[in-house]
Write a protein that binds this ligand. Sequence first.
Ligand code: GRF
Length: 200
Amino acid sequence: MTLPVAVLVSGRGSNLQSILDACASETVDARVVLVLSNREGVPALGRAERAGVPHAVFAMRDKSERAATHAAMAQAIANAGARLVVLAGFDHILAPSFFVALPGVPVINLHPALLPLFGGRGMHGDRVHEAVLRSGATESGCTVHRVHPETVDLGEVIVQRRVPILPADDAVALSARVLEQEHIAIVEAIRRFTPVPNLI
Ligand code: GRF
């Protein structure tokens, strides 16, 4: 059975594109059944639209709506029949209500550094790459890991890919080098969840 996947996004969606392309070319035996965004009008939604994948926005006005909004997202994912949830550039921390509504469905996230290094609350986007460069590290990379309720960047590592840090690097150069590897790592990680076991 082809793995039905839901992808959560917040912005550019280049990793979503990599997943869509891999599914279309059958590089991975998976199919994106739903794309959900927490922001209106982001490029990732256009990518879903062009690929003919159902997509929706679940925005919230303030944090008091977090539990209900995330529960509604999970319900939409369950209704779409997804058996894996991929956070690909999704910039909210999922409420426990999300996981409650999707028992047995793994959730995975992509992080632009070699966890457990340079992860945790507040470590996203260029902040990650700036911290890596400040540390004097000689390599960085990306990590795909499991997501559990109320933890940030702490779940089991599924795939890591490494890149060298070059002397002239700034955050822009390093993030571009890491992003190329993210596009490969996210597909590799999804492949680990195939083939789908038959439900008894
Ligand atoms: C990636 O760097 C990912 O690691 C991080 O957010 C970025 C998303 O990029 N979580 P894109 O939206 O997939 O292009």
